[in-house]
Every structure is written in C-alpha cells, then in structure tokens.
Write a protein that binds this ligand. Structure first.
Ligand SMILES: *Cc1c(COP(=O)(O)O)cnc(C)c1O
Length: 360
C-alpha cells in the first residue's frame, strides 16, 4: 500500500498507527463487540474513554487543575462567536490582535456582539511579522485580549503569548499540541482537532472558570460554557467518533514522547523547507520575517507565478498531496502538522530543489 505524502492544511494527515488502530477497533470498541459509532455517549465504555482523554489532555498540556477541558462542536469558527457570547456580559468590548485571515474572521464575528478594538496589526507590512504589542494599548475595560497563535494561511506564528493585564484568549487551532503553549498564561485556549490532534468534529476549549459570568441573553444552552462544563461536554450527543480519534491521538502524542519532542521534530521539519526556500536564489519566496515563521504551515510563492500550477501538478504526480495555498493568499503551502513525518518533509524538500533546478 503506497500512500501520498499529505501536506493538507486541514483536515490533515493522521499518523498511520492511529489509522490502523481505528481500523482494528472499528468493529469492536473496548470489548463491547460494536463500534464506537454505535454506542451511547453515556455508556460506561464511552464515559471511561472520555475521562481518559480528559486526563491525557491535562497531562500533555499541563492544564491548570481548576480549568475546564471542554470538547465542543462547531469548530474554532463557532468559538469566534461563542467566546463573546459568554464573555461580553459585564462589558461588551474586547481587544483583538490582527495578524492575518483567521484573527480577522474572529474579530468580525465578535463585532456582532459588541465593540471590537484592534490594538495591533501587521496588515501594513503584509502580515510579515507579529506586530509590536504595546501594553498601554490594551483597553482595561475590555473583556479579553484575543490573538491567533498561528495564522494558518499567512504562516505567521507567535513565539510567546502577548503579555496582557486582561483575560487572554488564544485561537491555537493550527498549533495546539505541536509546541509547548503555556496554558496557565491564558484564560481560554481553543483549537479544533483536525490539524494537530485528530479529525474534524471536536474542538478543544481550555477555560479558566474565573472569567465566566452569565452569557448574553438568548445564548443557547449548548453554547453556554458553564452548562457544557457542568455536563462534561455531554449536554447533547457529541461527535463521539471524533472524540474517540482525538483520544487515540492523545495516546499517540504521549507514546511519541509528548509535546517537547514533537516541537523539536516540527521545528526541524519547518527548517528543512525554509532552507530550501531561502537557498533557492529567489525561485521560491516566503515573505514572513524569520523570527515569525510558522512551524505548522509553510506558505510560499514561486517568483514566476505561472509555474505554480505546474508545481502543484508535478507534485501530485510525484505523490505530494495538498500543496495548494489558501484561497485568500494563493500560491503554495505545505502544512506540516504533527502527523507529517520528517521523512515526508525531506522528500518534499528534495522535490522542491529538483523543481527549482529544472524550471529555474
Ligand atoms: C482552521 C482554523 C480555524 C477554523 O477552524 P474550523 O474547525 O474550520 O472551524 C480557525 N482558526 C485557525 C487559526 C485555523 O487554522
């Protein structure tokens, strides 16, 4: 069986070990004789699995013990709205840092519920850096400061969380579990599973209960963080299969050695590709300043733009899948999340060098 090297931005590659385990357990989950898709989310085998997943998330990410660990539906996209709905009760304003496509979408969604102030942006320099964040620009009446840890389309990443005197909220959709993120330095961190830790259908929300008050009027129960926490994310039927795959991913992450080990591998993977780009004499271009380059998504252009379609085609023919850039930015992009192996990245680096040699 030969599988392509998969650089898809999300949903994205899963470790082969996890896929095989899913296959092996498909007809018999935890000795029940039926698949995980066919049992109640309130049955003991599923509840046991859910508790084990919760414990693994807490261990792997060093989640403070009083924080809620929620597995919700609706993706990170719904969090763009669910967060203001839950945090705008006392003051319906929040601060946002603008670093690209996803932080902009998050801010736009929040604007429906109150006043959103952009306190820093790297728009003017074409999102080539994390903007300087002057603490004096943080509005003390804001409910929270929101930032996007890794801009998946722009390939731009924070090296550390911004310092904030107000509650700090982080969209870590494309980076959670790929590098150490200090959860205790945040009040809310969210990420859908389909990038570094599973498949679409569950979104992990790590939440400091101290920032919760009543949600806005007319907030549905399913979107009320307090109710979801009280019900252990089992208010209604969750996406049990996605939950299960995320649980297997947590086991895989721990088997691999945890987040520090994955971080080293992910840094190495990204260095390979940036080295090819920077060493290509301008054939390939990535315009993000080196200090801010993402270890999860490596976007690039070919200086002769009309070669980009050919690149995608030849890549596909050579077994490299998912290299087309985000529709908003165009160009090319290699997403190199946890499950993408160093070997796959080395093969891609060779292919890129060869493509530049023959077409440069
Ligand atoms: C993918 C992504 C989202 C959206 O996630 P969905 O699961 O599609 O809702 C939000 N923010 C970032 C940074 C992303 O990469």
């Amino acid at each position: 069986m030969s599988r392509p090297f998969n650089f898809s931005a999300g949903p994205s590659a899963l470790p082969i070990d996890v896929l095989l385990q899913v296959r092996d357990e498909l007809l018999d989950f935890a000795g029940t004789g039926v698949s995980v898709m066919e049992i109640s989310h309130r049955s003991q085998p599923f509840m046991d699995f859910a508790h084990a997943t919760d414990a693994a998330v807490r261990r792997v990410l060093a989640v403070p013990s009083d924080y809620h660990v929620l597995l919700l539906q609706g993706g990170s996209y719904l969090q763009f709205s669910q967060i203001p709905m839950n945090l705008f009760h006392k003051t319906n304003t929040a601060d946002y840092i603008h670093t690209g496509l996803w932080s902009e979408q998050a801010a736009n969604a929040a604007r429906q519920y109150g006043i959103v102030r952009t306190i820093a942006s790297s728009h003017e320099t074409g999102f080539d850096r994390v903007p300087e964040i002057n603490e004096s620009h943080i509005n003390l009446d804001a409910a929270y400061l929101h930032y996007t840890e890794n801009e998946t389309a722009q390939g731009l990443q924070f090296s550390k969380p911004p310092i904030s005197s107000i509650p700090l909220v982080c969209d870590a959709c494309s980076s959670l579990m790929s590098k150490p993120i200090d959860i205790a330095a945040h009040d809310l961190v969210y990420a859908s599973a389909q990038k570094n830790m599973g498949i679409a259908g569950v979104t992990l929300v790590l939440l400091n209960p101290a920032i919760l008050d009543k949600p806005l009027a007319a907030t549905p129960q399913a979107l009320d963080f307090s109710i979801q926490a009280k019900k252990q994310s089992l208010l209604n039927t969750p996406s049990t299969f996605s939950w299960y795959v995320m649980g297997l991913m947590m086991e895989w992450i721990e088997r691999t050695g945890g987040i520090e080990v994955l971080h080293e591998i992910n840094k190495k993977k990204s260095r390979h590709l940036y080295n090819v780009i920077d060493g290509s004499n301008g054939f390939y271009i990535n315009h993000v300043l080196p200090d801010y380059r993402s270890i999860n998504n490596v976007p690039f252009h070919i200086s002769e733009r009309n070669l980009e379609d050919l690149f995608v085609r030849e890549a596909q023919e050579n077994g490299f899948h998912g290299l087309k850039g985000h529709q908003s930015t165009g160009g090319l992009r290699a997403s190199i999340y946890n499950a993408v192996t160093l070997d796959a990245v080395q093969e891609l680096a060779l292919f890129m060098r060869e493509f530049a040699r023959t077409h440069g």
